[in-house]
Design a protein around this ligand. Structure first.
Ligand code: URA
Length: 233
């Protein structure tokens, strides 16, 4: 098996993050620094920074309703609160699948199944993510059309998105926005590009899976059905 896949299945990190660890020389196979793309076999002695890595037969899968005011990193260099602090004690060595901004709320998956994390976050798999977006004021049809057909961010157009108007009142407009990429601060930057500032952003769906009644800040294990759904997306 390819070494990055093996490390991901062992729960070290996502496949891409494992490639970085390999490229940086953190990984050894039978005492020799591993090369990118190398294969490992049963019985090989694999270590990351000297720690033995073993393939686990079962993985853990959790869903969090992330509150705003938490960063999606294991340790924040500015000492802000991290999503890891909301995980139950004894949940094991989990990592978040993808990211939500500090100010963004909603669905965040955690697992030690690097293979699933890789598939859910790889742009080629185009997994749909739906956000509840609240902006101040109104949005015109022309602005909605620009958002739907694609916005240039960092010199590259975003893919088409689906946008549904949910409510309009005197001060705010709420929308559901479905995208299938995961560029940095993508939704916020798309709206900024049409002159709209997002005052509230929450991820409400991954594929067709939603948060259900999970309270803000709460965490629960995924059901076997949800795990099956995600692994077959
Ligand atoms: N888009 C954003 O702008 N922020 C997020 O956290 C997720 C998607």
């Amino acid at each position: 098996m390819r070494i990055n896949k093996y490390l991901a299945e062992c729960g070290v990190a996502s496949r891409r993050a494992c490639d970085k660890l390999i490229a940086e020389g953190h990984v050894k196979v039978n005492g020799k620094v591993a090369a990118l793309g190398e294969d490992v076999r049963d019985g090989d002695d694999v270590t990351v920074d000297g720690n033995a890595v073993r393939r686990r037969l079962s993985h853990s899968y959790y869903l969090m309703n992330k509150p705003k005011g938490y960063v999606c990193t294991v340790k924040d260099d500015k000492d802000r609160k991290t999503v890891m602090q909301l995980l139950p004690a004894g949940a094991g060595r989990l990592f978040p699948v993808g990211r939500l901004d500090y100010d963004t709320e909603g669905m965040l998956l955690f697992t030690d199944d690097g293979d699933l994390a890789f598939r859910l976050t790889h742009p080629k798999n185009e997994i749909e993510k739906t956000y509840l977006v609240k902006i101040e004021g109104f949005i015109t049809d022309a602005e909605l059309n620009r958002l739907r057909t694609g916005i240039e961010l960092d010199g590259k157009m975003t893919n088409k998105s689906r946008i549904r108007l949910i409510s309009i009142d005197k001060r705010f407009t709420k929308l559901h926005v479905t995208i299938h990429e995961g560029r940095n601060r993508q939704v916020r930057r798309m709206f900024e590009a049409v002159g709209k500032h997002i005052v509230f952003l929450k991820r409400i769906k991954i594929g067709d899976m939603g948060l259900g009644s999970l309270e803000r800040g709460a965490v629960r294990k995924l059901t076997p059905e949800e795990i099956f759904y995600l692994t077959n997306l």
